[in-house]
Design a protein around this ligand. Sequence first.
Ligand code: AVI
Length: 330
Amino acid sequence: MLTRTLIRTWEAGDSELPAAATQDGAFAHDMMRALASRPRSISPKYFYDAKGSRLFDRICELPEYYPTRTELRILADNARAIAAQMGPRAEIVEFGAGSLRKVRLLLDAMDRPARYLPIDISGEHLAHSAAALQQDYPGLDVQPVVADYTQRLLLPAPVPGAGRRVGFFPGSTIGNFMPQEALHFLQVAGQVLRGGALLLGADLVKDPAVLHAAYNDAEGVTAAFNLNLLARANRELGTRFALDQFAHSAFYNAPQQRIEMHLVSRRRQQVELGGECYEFDEGETLHTEHSHKFTLEGLRVLATQAGFRPGPVWLDEDRLFSVHWLHAPS
Ligand code: AVI
């Protein structure tokens, strides 16, 4: 029962085409813009080529990277309570193709799920994940939606007899947005989930040493993940970043409640792109990611600003991570 929906989320006259339409063009454009600006920064979405996605999967298994296993434990321990909030015949809309392990925990506990709609900008990755899930849940209506979920979304109408529409946004990916972008995402989600709810995973503020270790693992996988951005630019854009001349840097910015990841130039050097030459001073950085951490109250205030009504919150016993049930606007 695997069907496929391609949704346009941009309109004629928009200044930028969606990344799906111009994947390479958008990377070149954003990299050029990053190199030309000061301070230099680029969207973390460019981490996730095939190699970057594999590295991220390895990060999720690292002993220092607690968010994935902690969220899985919270979902497993509370699956029945979460399913009770969902009610019968609910449909799940997952923002991102996601970890199939997480949604399975929900599907296994739910009362006759009506449909599963994973949304992702990468059609290939999405098709792969959806097909894998369909194999294990042959009776489930799986309908992948190729779209940029940060933009205005149009989803297929609910199936007849469906219950609540429940959004699922795990992994604290919301933390990779800037606060204004997180608000915008929640507003967009609120529109497509009207009358339903959002199940949202959010990493919590904690001892900076724990955060520091999670983004500076002993094996160097996070460093490789960060540096893969430059390797990807070399592969796809023909830049010749000297990979051994940039260092991974990740630190907790306490006032902003976020981990910042940067690539730091180890010496004065130049890089060329699109016929332009860009200079890095020694110590100058390309900022590659923010990973915001939340207090329970801060997350609930943000959700309320976007029109959600906060419901139950599930936590692990060390209060490292949180999973929020947020009632969508009606
Ligand atoms: C996907 N995202 C929530 C991860 C995070 O923790 O911000 C990405 C990541 N970056 C470094 N390690 C993991």
